[in-house]
Design a protein around this ligand. Structure first.
Ligand SMILES: [Fe+2]
Ligand SMILES: [Fe+2]
Length: 262
């Protein structure tokens, strides 16, 4: 059997597995197979040749880039022994951990506000069920964002710490704008604010050289956030044209038949 790569060629006589130790040692004591490494020209480039032999286990290994059993020693020292500490945590700073917990609170709080708006539009004397559905779906989505961040926190070996939330208002009517526009402008403000918070989180990831967290924020949050801001901006613009009258009912019907969440 002959195995070869661009930098090495490995030939095997007899039965043996790969051995990473250096200097070379018998594959198992008492067996007749040894690993020998020597240099030879391989298509013009010098490469390694490893093959089973009894007579050459004292030669040095050339061009070894990765010595796992040596290099793993320092990693073994970093694996915690106490059960309270994460085994998976690696290069995840306390600053990033805190920033994720802060963002969980932001997403949950926005979910809470949207839930309050949903309850308002569901009242029998308001009865704008399209807006109610839109804010219910939006509330669910923000909660899913919070859960996604919780999953991420656990994945990186951090600890989820939930924080207090402010009570949202329960009244969303506005004498000048009406309730639909007032609520949608509030949603737009919250989504823009959330985008700022996410950009801050991304900046903290960059400051801590946490490439994985930066990529997570970009791919899972920032793209969707910009799209949500665009969609709600359109709704605000449309409601400003409509005013407070009959058009709000048509707008509400449009939302009732749409599958959209902020
Ligand atoms: Fe969100
Ligand atoms: Fe959102």
């Amino acid at each position: 059997m002959l195995l070869s790569t661009s930098s090495s060629a490995i030939s095997q006589r007899g039965s043996l597995g790969l051995c990473f130790s250096s200097p070379l040692v018998p594959m198992n004591s008492g067996a007749s197979a040894f690993v020998r490494v020597s240099k030879r020209n391989n298509g013009g480039s010098r490469g390694l040749v490893t093959f089973a032999s009894k007579d050459a286990n004292s030669r040095p290994i050339f061009d070894v880039l990765f010595e796992p059993f040596e290099e793993v020693k320092k990693e073994l020292l970093l694996v915690p022994n106490v059960p309270q500490e994460s085994l998976a945590r690696q290069m995840y700073t306390s600053q990033c951990e805190k920033a994720i917990n802060d963002q969980i609170n932001v997403e949950y709080t926005i979910s809470y506000v949207y839930h309050a708006i949903y309850a308002y539009f569901s009242r029998d004397n308001v009865a704008l069920m399209g807006l109610a559905k839109f804010f219910k779906d939006s509330s669910d989505e923000e909660r899913q964002h919070a859960e996604k961040l919780m999953d991420y926190q656990n994945k990186r070996g951090g600890k989820v710490k939930l924080k207090s939330m402010l009570l949202p208002s329960s009244e969303f009517d506005n004498a000048e704008k009406g309730d639909a526009l007032h609520a949608m402008e509030l949603a737009l403000s919250l989504e823009r604010l959330n985008n700022e918070k996410l950009l801050n989180l991304h900046e903290i990831a960059n400051d801590n050289n946490d490439v994985h967290l930066a990529d997570f924020v970009e791919s899972e949050f920032l793209i969707e956030q910009v799209e949500a801001i665009k969609k709600i901006s359109e709704y605000v613009a449309q409601l400003r044209r409509i005013g407070k009258g009959h058009g709000v009912w048509h707008f509400d019907q449009m939302l009732l038949n749409a599958v959209i969440a902020a």
